[in-house]
Design a protein around this ligand. Structure first.
Ligand SMILES: [Zn+2]
Length: 271
C-alpha cells in the first residue's frame, strides 16, 4: 500500500528518481501515476498537467487522478498549485498554504457521486447521493501542518493561511473579476485547486496544497499584461525549494490519522 500521494502542478512534472510508471483504469477514465521513493518512503506522484504539460486545467481528469490514488491505498495527498496574487501583499515567489477555497469553476465534473456509480473506498462500497462536509476544515489540518513544519525546518517562509479562488480559465482573469474575487474574500487565484480538494474529501482522503505565487493577478500591482512565460519563470525559481518542502513534509505526516478527514463518508457508509 502507498500511503502518500503528491499531485504536482505547473512546473512539477518529475519528482521521483527512476519511478515506475503505471496507468490505472478507474470508473472515470485512466490515470497515469508514478511510483517511487521520495522523502524516505514509496509515494505515488501525478503530474496534473501530464508529463509534458499537455493537459489544460479544465481538461485535467481530476476524478480519475484522485480515484487512482484511492485504488493504490493513498490516504494522504499533497498538491502544488501556481497562483496569481489577489492580495497585493503576496509578492511573486511567496509560498501560501491555503486554508479555504472558493470554487468559481463552471464546467467540470465536481463529484464522484452521480447517484449511480458505486465506489470502493478503503474496502467499503459507497454510492448514491452523497454530500460531504467541508467543515470544520476545508483542507486537512495535519497535511497543512506537515507542509508548514517542513518549510520551517528548511528556513523557508510560508504564509499559513489564505483563500484560494479557482477560476475556470483557460484565459487569465479580467481586472474586474479579480476585484470581485477580492470582495468575495479571495487571496490567491488559480485554475486547478477545484474540484480536486473536494474530490479528495469525497474519498475521505486528507488533502492540502501549497501554492506558489508566480505573479500578481490582473490589475494587482500595477501590471499591464500577464504571460504564461512569467508564471513558468517564477515557478522554476522556486521549484527546488518547493520540492524540498514536499520531500520533508512526507516524513512529517503522522502515520496515524488524527484529523477528521477519514470520517467524511462515515454517515453514508452506515446506511
Ligand atoms: Zn486529514
Amino acid at each position: 500500500m502507498v500511503r502518500v500521494g503528491i499531485i504536482g502542478g505547473s512546473g512539477i512534472y518529475r519528482l521521483l528518481e527512476s519511478p515506475e510508471r503505471r496507468v490505472l483504469s478507474t470508473p472515470f477514465g485512466d490515470a497515469t501515476v508514478f511510483l517511487g521513493e521520495f522523502g524516505g518512503e514509496e509515494i505515488a506522484f501525478i503530474p496534473r498537467h501530464g508529463e509534458k504539460h499537455e493537459i489544460p486545467p479544465f481538461k485535467v481528469n481530476y476524478r480519475a487522478n484522485l480515484y487512482a490514488l484511492n485504488l493504490l491505498g493513498v490516504e494522504r495527498v499533497m498538491a502544488t498549485n501556481a497562483v496569481g496574487a489577489i492580495d497585493p501583499e503576496l509578492a511573486p515567489g511567496t509560498f501560501v498554504i491555503p486554508d479555504d477555497f472558493i470554487d468559481l469553476t463552471k464546467c467540470r465534473e465536481g463529484t464522484f457521486y452521480d447517484g449511480k456509480t458505486i465506489l470502493k473506498v478503503r474496502g467499503r462500497e459507497v454510492g448514491g447521493v452523497i454530500h460531504v462536509s467541508m467543515t470544520p476544515y476545508t483542507y486537512c489540518p495535519e497535511i497543512r501542518g506537515a507542509l508548514k513544519e517542513a518549510a520551517r525546518e528548511l528556513g523557508l517562509e510560508v504564509v499559513d493561511k489564505g483563500v484560494y479562488v479557482c477560476a475556470e480559465g483557460n484565459r487569465f482573469e479580467t481586472p474586474a473579476e479579480i476585484r470581485a474575487m477580492r470582495i468575495l474574500g479571495g487571496d490567491i487565484v488559480g485554475m486547478t485547486g477545484c474540484p480536486e480538494a473536494a474530490l479528495a474529501r469525497e474519498l475521505a482522503m486528507c488533502y492540502a496544497s501549497i501554492s506558489v505565487v508566480t505573479n500578481y493577478a490582473a490589475g494587482v500591482g500595477g501590471r499591464a499584461k500577464l504571460t504564461h512565460e512569467e508564471v513558468l519563470e517564477m515557478f522554476s525559481r522556486r521549484i527546488n525549494d518547493l520540492s524540498e518542502i514536499l520531500r520533508r513534509a512526507v516524513g512529517n505526516i503522522p502515520v496515524e490519522r488524527s484529523c477528521p478527514c477519514g470520517e467524511a463518508l462515515d454517515e453514508f457508509l452506515s446506511r
